[in-house]
Every structure is written in C-alpha cells, then in structure tokens.
Ligand binder design. Structure first.
Ligand SMILES: NC(=O)c1ccc[n+]([C@@H]2O[C@H](COP(=O)([O-])OP(=O)(O)OC[C@H]3O[C@@H](n4cnc5c(N)ncnc54)[C@H](O)[C@@H]3O)[C@@H](O)[C@H]2O)c1
Length: 400
C-alpha cells in the first residue's frame, strides 16, 4: 500500500521509523509538511519519493491509497475532510478530536465516504497489552472489576500541546485518551460507560489547562475504569496498567522497568528512550521503542484491515467514544460531581446489571472467603443463605 503522511514532527518520525525500519510492503510515498525545508528533510531521511506543502495535493496524489494524520490536534478534522473528499482511507493519531462532537463529525465523514477510519491508539497494540487482553478474553482473570491505566511524564515537546485551544485540553486529552481506551478494552468495548468523576488541577505550569488529573469511569456492568495522568511527573515516561478480575490480576509496566537497566556516567550522547530526562546514572532504555509502544502491531492491523475489508481493532468510533468520555471528565472536574457520559451514537449493549454468582459452600451457605492461617489451619467465612448470618469455621489441618 502507498501511504501519504501529513506532518513531519515527533509522531510522524515514530510512524516513519516503524514503517521504514523493517522490511514492509506498505511504504511512505508522499509527505506533507508546512514548510518545504521540513517536508524535504523528512522525505530525504525516510526516502519518501514526493513531498508537498499543500495538504490536499499530498492526499490527492494519484498513487496514494491511505493517509496517516500526524498533525497537531486542531488540524485533524480539516485533514479528515480532505481525505473523505478524496475517498482515501485515513488513519488518525490520538486523540481523534478535541471534543466528542468533533470526533463524531470525523466518524460520520469517513462512514459516509465509505473509507476506513483507523484510530492510531498505539498503547492498545503493545505486545504486553495484546497478550493481556487475550488473557482477559480467555477468561483467565474472570470478570474484570477494575482497570487502571497511568501515563505520566514531564510534559510534551511542542508549543501547541500547551495551548488549550489547539490541543483541546491538557494532560487529560493528551494522555487520558490512551488510559481511557486501555481500560475500556479490558472492561469490554460493548459495555456502556455511564458516568465519570474526575479531579484535575494545574499544579506546576503557567497554562490554562490541567497538568495533572485522576478520573474514574463507571461502566454499566459495575466495573470501574481509572485513569491517572500527569505532565508534572519527573523521571521519564511512566506507563503502567493494572487489571483486577474475580479470578486474577494483571500488572503491566510498559516503559520504565522493562527488564533493561543501564548505568552511565553521562559522557556519551546517546538517546535513551522517549521523555527520558537524563543520560547519566541508572537508566531504563527500551530495546525497540516502536515495537514496545505498539506501533508495529498497530500498523499491521490497520493495513490488513484495509486489505481484507474488515474493521481494525481501533476505529474512529472508538476514538469518538474516548472523546465523549473525556468531555464528561472535563465536566466533572469543573462541577466536582459525577457527570453522565453523553454518547449520541452508541453501538454497544444497553444492559445495565451484571449477574453475580456467589460460591456455594453447601446447600445452606455461601463461602465468602477461605484462607490458610500462619498456624497452618484453614479459616472459612460463611454466610447463611436464609438468615444472612456471617460465621467463621476453622479447619484444624492436623485433623484433616
Ligand atoms: N503515542 C502517540 O500515539 C502519540 C505521541 C505523540 C503525539 N501524538 C499525536 O500526534 C499529533 C502530532 O503530535 P507531535 O508530537 O508529532 O507534534 P509535533 O509538534 O512534533 O508535530 C506536529 C506536526 O503538525 C504540524 N503543524 C502544527 N501546526 C500546524 C499548522 N498550523 N499548520 C500545519 N501544520 C501544523 C507541525 O509542523 C508538525 O509537522 C498530535 O495529535 C499528538 O497528540 C501521538
């Protein structure tokens, strides 16, 4: 497949490193950037045959099959409009929109044009995430009760992120979009998110948006999603997830502690990993960043989806749901209350209740808890099914 990439900044280079780094049949064919110098530099660095400073010309290049949007947040909608008019499949970086409404327009544009809208949510494609999600789907950890995702770093690298108008917000829109979608995948994309409670503050930087936030997303089946995001964290990029199920637990650490530790006096000049603050002392490099961050699997899914006329795992619809959740988080941060999630388009189940099946101990009792105590004996906490009385029985193991 021949690809046009719009933008030549930070994420465009990550994408290009992924697409050009290994032998792939999908190749960058066209690049658009605002200035000729940047467009030409990118084209030279990645051997892209054509470069433009006009976005429509780049998209409409006759040999282009699919367009990747790697532009600042306020430009996603205009770029998608051009792709829809040109009937070119489009893959857009995160966050899809600055608001749920903007994201809904984008989703409608691609659906009306009959093109594929792939949502480039890389952290839902990391090898660790994919394996974890498979375990959840295989029922290895039972019913998911709580899924927590954290992304925290010392703040983004470009001016427009810090401008609320252009970015749509602060750490919530920038990092919360990842965390919300990670938790939503674990809990189940068909389960309706109903309410959000969020605390957000501007703790360090002189900006209008939040640089730190914590939020809870309540799902219709009783599960809870939690996001923790910050642009104030010192020490690199902290990417961690926790999933708690009725039959098991998953802990993921995707970046700072991946099993690769290195000490340096700092005499060298080498790049360590994204958002690393220092190149001396004990360091946590990442072996293959584009792979560990999910970009390789993400593009494989996207191009295969186009080729086989199926949906990718992350679509514009998913990006739109995430934006609607972020809207509710901002409302909650302002009101200090739980706020309902407004989802004008919802394609999952409307079911609210979840069925809990308790463990039977015997005909008359439920087993609440069983534990082996330090003396080796077993304690069992039971509840009488008729009277509700809770009692404890001790099993002396030497008598068993
Ligand atoms: N993990 C991820 O998936 C990830 C990581 C970083 C950034 N992003 C996303 O990628 C997008 C770009 O972020 P970035 O980090 O590459 O930023 P960046 O500032 O490094 O690059 C932004 C690109 O947009 C262009 N641009 C900015 N303002 C423009 C304007 N007014 N007209 C035309 N072009 C303009 C810049 O020239 C540059 O090519 C954002 O939506 C961001 O949220 C995603």
């Amino acid at each position: 497949m021949k690809i046009a990439i719009l933008g030549s900044g930070f994420i465009a280079r990550f994408y290009a490193d992924t697409l050009a780094g290994q032998r792939r049949k999908d190749t960058l064919h066209v690049v658009y950037s605002r200035t000729e110098a940047n467009a030409e530099k990118f084209a030279t660095d990645y051997q892209v045959p054509h470069f433009f400073t006009d976005m429509a010309q780049a998209v409409n290049h006759p040999e282009v099959d699919v367009v990747i949007i790697a532009l600042a947040n306020h430009l996603h909608l205009a770029a998608i409009e051009i792709c829809a008019q040109a009937h070119k499949h489009v893959l857009c970086t995160k966050p899809l929109g600055r608001t749920g409404e903007e994201a809904r327009l984008m989703m409608e544009l691609v659906e009306k044009a009959g093109i594929m809208g792939g949502y480039l949510e890389d952290l839902c494609y990391t090898p660790k995430f994919l394996k974890s999600l498979e375990s959840v789907k295989n029922n290895s950890i039972g019913r998911v009760l709580w899924a927590k995702s954290r992304e925290a770093h010392p703040g983004p690298h470009s001016d427009w992120f810090w401008d609320k108008e252009k970015s749509g917000g602060g750490a919530i829109i920038d990092l919360g979009c990842h965390c919300i979608e990670i938790a939503r995948n674990f809990i189940g994309k068909g389960i309706k998110p109903v309410e959000v409670m969020c605390w957000a503050a501007t703790q360090v930087h002189p900006i209008a948006a939040e640089d730190h936030a914590i939020g809870l997303v309540k799902y219709a089946n009783g599960a809870i999603g939690q996001f923790e995001v910050s642009w104030c964290f010192r020490g690199g990029m902290d990417l961690r997830d926790e999933v708690m199920g009725t039959e098991g637990t998953i802990w993921l650490n995707s970046f700072l502690r991946t099993g690769f530790e290195m000490f340096s006096t700092g005499k060298g000049t080498g790049y360590v990993a994204e958002k690393t603050e220092s190149n001396s002392g004990w360091l946590f490099p990442v072996g293959d960043e584009v792979h560990e961050l999910g970009y390789s699997h993400m593009f494989t899914d996207m191009f295969e989806a186009i080729e086989h006329h199926r949906e990718p795992s992350e679509t514009f619809y998913d990006g739109y749901v995430v934006n609607c959740l972020i809207d509710a988080a901002y409302k909650s941060a302002a009101s200090g209350s739980w706020e309902p999630v407004d989802l004008p388009v919802w394609r999952g189940t409307e079911a609210e209740a979840h069925s809990i099946s308790y463990h039977d101990y015997d005909e008359h009792h439920y087993l609440i808890k069983e534990e082996i105590l330090p003396d080796g004996n077993i304690s069992r906490i039971l509840k009488d099914k008729t009277t509700g009385v809770v009692s404890k029985i001790s099993i002396v193991t030497s008598e068993v």
